[in-house]
Design a protein around this ligand. Structure first.
Ligand code: SAH
Length: 477
């Protein structure tokens, strides 16, 4: 972040602008919305500027700017539409101590003006650090459409009610009250004008004051494979409402950023707790917060019900009579198979699919290898990197075809995704050569749908980086 977004208090402060043409007009339309004292220096001002000056909205000085003209100014805009003039006026402003913006000149500007969605007092500023003004405008248009026009009045009326609402206990109770006001009671009452909204606020407060504190609750939420777009809407909403988020190592940063800023974030998968936190400790942490009345999101990667040690955590909650629920997520197998354009099941090929783990708590996990070794079988193998040689050995021992396709998808759905296409006979070596350090899902019995087919179709993006078997050491067993 080269530019730090802040909201600057300009009430009663000087804002100076040099220029009298189109660039000046565009900036002034924005600046006139503020409570700042605006002075414009322009030898030949556009008629609109003259009219604004006559209406007392700004002070117009009909000459070129000179040293000392920007003394005590908070902000200065060089809108001279001439590089040399801009350089001269911005040097004066800088010497006078004002923060300088040169219109359409990012390099010489000390600050930039964002695209603004104005629902005063709710103001949304959108910036791209000058990289993509078109994108900023598109986001602005999108927000303009989505945010109700009444948001401004609702916020203004709400602001005057804040003291009264402080009668509610700090934290969740107060948040619930305001959420209901802004998204339900307020919009419903706004057609009746400010008095109707005030009555609605009074009624809502009486109702909330009478409510008992909400008991703690744990939502076991599937966080999906990493791409935040693959979260369910429910997961998003719960993250936004959670008091406490307890998350695993595989939860990606963009997903964590969706949590409320005030939420307590507890990482139970990292060094702080030791390389991996003992399950009993995790259980205790969850129970402790739920008991204290928190809305807890226990965020697990993929789907919480797949190799997630979910039952142990549920048992711990049940032992304390605490409430819980499960929100499904997209498991790694679903994400991985989507990335290679395949189906997990297919008529005439495999009518079942197994979800296996490469190792369990006791070491390498045993399975019905004979059944899996039959032609056409498909398995999604979780945590299968270390156990690749063991799995390969068992399958071949039970008669599996050595040329059975195996595809390993590392970091499925994430920007650093990689796909390794190989076969059973060289799987362990191919995996070792690929040096995968991220989470990887092994799809046994599935090859990627021909990459060429996909990339030739218009509108389909080029396939993600692939590691082809030719580049890897080949070793038959
Ligand atoms: N509950 C999770 C699985 C947890 S076990 C789920 O439903 O996906 C952890 C294993 O999941 C990893 O070792 C890896 O095999 C797999 N995994 C999780 N996220 C993955 C991803 N983005 N890409 C590939 N494999 C992933």
């Amino acid at each position: 972040m080269d530019h730090f977004p802040i909201f600057l208090r300009v009430e009663g402060r000087r804002i100076v602008l040099s220029g009298g043409g189109e660039a000046a007009l565009a900036k002034l339309r924005l600046l006139l919305k503020t409570a700042g004292h605006i002075t414009v220096f322009a030898p030949a001002p556009a008629p609109e500027i003259v009219a604004w000056a006559e209406a007392g909205k700004l002070r117009l000085v009909r000459r070129a700017m000179a040293p000392g003209d920007t003394l005590c100014a908070a902000l200065f805009y060089a809108a001279d539409e001439d590089d040399a003039d801009d350089a001269r006026t911005s040097a004066i402003a800088r010497a006078d101590g004002a923060l300088v913006n040169v219109v359409d000149n990012l390099d010489d500007s000390q600050f930039i003006t964002p695209a603004i969605v104005d629902r005063d007092p709710v103001t949304i500023a959108i910036g791209t650090e000058g990289a993509a003004p078109v994108l900023a405008r598109a986001i602005k248009a999108d927000l303009e459409e989505r945010l109700p026009a009444a948001l401004g009045p609702l916020a203004r009326i709400g602001k005057a009610f804040r003291k009264a609402a402080d009668a509610l206990p700090f934290g969740r109770a107060r948040r619930d009250f305001w959420r209901e006001y802004y998204f339900k009671a307020g919009p419903a009452a706004i057609t009746g004008g400010a008095p109707a909204v005030k009555t609605a606020l009074d009624d809502l407060l009486t109702d909330h004051l009478a409510r008992k504190a909400r008991p703690g609750h744990v939502h076991f939420v599937g966080g999906g494979p990493g791409d935040p777009d693959l979260l369910t809407m429910k997961a998003r909403r719960l993250l936004d409402e959670a008091d406490v988020v307890i998350y695993d190592r595989l939860i990606s940063q963009p997903i964590l950023e969706l949590a409320r800023r005030e939420a307590v974030m507890i990482d139970v998968g990292k060094e702080a707790f030791g390389p991996s936190t003992p399950q009993e400790t995790i259980n205790e942490v969850i129970v402790e917060h739920a008991k204290a009345g928190a809305q807890v999101v226990r965020l697990k990667s993929g789907d919480a019900t797949v190799f997630g040690r979910l039952d142990e955590e549920i048992d711990a909650l049940e032992a304390h009579g605490l409430a819980w629920s499960i929100v499904p997520g997209i498991t790694a197998a679903s994400a991985a198979v989507a990335e290679i354009g395949q189906s997990l099941t297919r008529r005439g090929r495999n009518s079942s699919v197994r979800l296996l783990t490469g190792h369990d708590m006791k070491g390498f996990a045993d399975h019905d290898w004979a059944a899996l070794a039959r032609p056409g079988e498909v398995a999604a193998i979780y945590m299968g990197k270390k156990s690749a040689r063991f799995i390969q050995g068992r399958l071949i021992m039970h008669g599996a075809d050595r040329h059975t396709p195996v595809t390993v998808i590392e970091n499925a759905s994430r920007p650093d995704q990689r796909i390794l296409e190989t076969t059973l006979d060289v799987l362990p070596n191919a995996l070792a050569a690929a040096e995968m350090s991220g989470p990887a899902l092994t799809l046994y019995g599935l090859a990627a749908r021909a990459a060429a087919d996909a990339s030739q179709q218009p509108g389909i993006a080029a396939a993600p980086p692939r590691i082809s078997p030719e580049h890897l050491a080949q070793e038959a067993l």
